[in-house]
Design a protein around this ligand. Sequence first.
Ligand SMILES: [Zn+2]
Ligand SMILES: [Zn+2]
Length: 344
Amino acid sequence: MEELPTTMRAWAVTTPGPIDGEHSPIAFIKKPVPTPARGEVLVKVLTCGVCHTDLHVTEGDLPVHRQNVTPGHEIVGKVVACGPETSRFKLGERIGIPWFRHACGVCKFCRSGHENLCPHSVYTGWDHDGGYAEYVTVPEGFAYRIPARFSSLEAAPLLCAGIIGYRAFERANVPAGGRLGLYGFGGSAHITAQIAIAQGMEVHVFTRGKDAQKFALQLGCASAQGAYDPSPVPLDSSIIFAPVGDMVLPALASLVPGGTLALAGIHMSDIPAMNYQRAIFHEKTLTSVESNTRRDGEEFLTLADRLAIHPAVSEYPLEKADEALRTVKPGDIKGACVLRVSED
Ligand SMILES: [Zn+2]
Ligand SMILES: [Zn+2]
């Protein structure tokens, strides 16, 4: 077993606020390598995806849950130490660490298969230090095995963008062979589009970025247009990935009677006042997505493997995490940004 260092390089959210050319809310620091507690393993980070939620944590859209938290919740790494009372993973095994870090296991939500709604749940890179660092701990029951098909760079965005997109896809109730609208086309949408197309659905994309529109068409989407454009065809279901409440009314207007709109983000700007007759009558369903269950995660990773999903990634070194966040901020990038922390 390799000798473990006592300190590591990591990013910490020191001054939450908007990230721009001048201000960076995160600082690159040295801190102690964490010790795995009971039921936890210590992981040497190989890669960590940069998710839009990291912006909500660093910019202060979400309240501070832990001072100087290390962001990052799309982590791929190798188990390098096992804490007391662990048995699931062997040293050296490659595992994935997601956003959903722990739930109580005894509340009515946990007991009824809705652990994503547990009021006591905690999240990686918000309540607990995440993967913009060389080492991280995770409760072994909340990690995933990574299918061998995926490189560690490709696997990172599967762990939040992919899993949350899959839950949104499930919540959107797309009928077999139906038409699905995707609003915003970043890390999550480009994976969800592949899942839907591989299952025979017709996907229509709404996003302002011309490059993102072109990328959507390359992936086999049926159409791509501006974020607020009317749909070229009536849609059975839609998912809004962009954190923009202004998209809700145009998205509802493009749905067929009985259609479903799922809002996939953890944070969204205010939704404008809606006219009942125009927006929601005709039995349209408006719903949201909160995190995911571990079952969603296992189902999604199995499906992504079977359907040979190809996440598109841009690689950044760990020390350029602030630059990666600036790239993710405007949205509509080609796929996902991933930090390379150490070599496989
Ligand atoms: Zn619970
Ligand atoms: Zn995320």
